[in-house]
Design a protein around this ligand. Sequence first.
Ligand SMILES: [Zn+2]
Length: 338
Amino acid sequence: MKKFEDIYGNRRVVEKLKSTAKSGDALNSYVFEGLAGIGKKTAAEIFAAALLCENKQNVPCGVCSTCAKTATQNHPDIIYVRKKKDKATLGIDDVREQIMETVYVKPLLSGYKIYLIDEGDLLTVGAQNGLLKILEEPPSYAVFITMVSKASLLLDTVLSRSVRLAFLPLAETEALRYFEEHTDAEESKCRFAARFSQGIIGRGLKLLENEEYAELFETTVRLTEGLLRGGAVISEFERFILDHKEKTDFITDIMLVFLRDCVFVSVGKDEKILLEEREQAIRQIAGAKSKKALVAAMDAVLLYQKRLSQNANGSCAALELLMSIREEMNVKSNRSQI
Ligand SMILES: [Zn+2]
C-alpha cells in the first residue's frame, strides 16, 4: 500500500498530514487544492489509511488488519462520495444520501468516519450548503476531505470551516525521477513526460501508462507532422479531433509541443527539442517553414484552446484551426521567399 514516503514533492503538506495522523487529532474538514492529476486523491487515501491504522508509530503501517482493508478500499469507515453516473454534478441529493443519512451513525471499526469527495469541482452550491450544515455541528469522528482544482470553487463558508492544503506541481527533475522509478518507459519517453507533465504526475502517467493516451499522442504527432508538411490529412485530422472531443486539450497540447520544437530549431536552440523521436521531421519542417509561420500556427492553436474553453462550436473551430495552420504553411512555405 502507498505511504507518505511515496508522495513526491509537497513536503510541507505531507509532513502536516503525517503528524496529524500520528497525533490522532484530525479536524473535521480538509480541502485539498491542486490541479487534476497532481496527487490529491493519493494523498487523501494515504491520510485516511493513516488515520485509521492501528499502529500509531509508522502510519499507515501496511500490515495491520485495518491497513489490509483500506488498501483494498474495503474499509467501511472510508466512504467515497461520488456523483451519479448519469449526472454532471454532485448535487444535494448525493450529499443527502451519501453523507447526511450516514454521518450520524458511529464508525463501525475505528475512531473516524472519513468521507472522500474527490469530485469536489462538481459540487453544486446546494450540495455545498448541505455539507455546510454538517460542518456547522459535525460529529467529532467525522472527517471530510474535499478535493478541488481551485479552492475558489467552494463557498467561503465551507472553506472557513476547513483546513486548506495546496498541492503544487513538482520540479521537472522530481517528476523525471518519479517516472523513472514508477514506470517501465524508456528514458527518452520519461524525459518527455517529465516536461510535458509540467510537474503534474497524473498528466505524465497518462502518456506513459494509458494506452488510449499513448495512441492519441502518436496519432496527433503523425497528423501534426502531415499538416505542417502539406500532406492530405485535414479531413482525417478534423475527424480525429471531433471523435475525441473530451480530450481536445491533450491533442492541442501535443500540437503545441510539436510546433514549439520546430520554433526552437528554427532559432538554433536544438537542445530544447522535446519530441526527440521526431527530431528529423522537426528539423526538416523547421528548415522549410519560416519562424513567423510556425509562431502563427502556435497562436492559432492557442486561440482554438481559448475558444474551446468558452464553449464555441467544436466542429467549426476544428476545421478553421486546421485550415489556418495549413494556410500559414502554404503562404510562407519557403524561407528564401521571405
Ligand atoms: Zn496499519
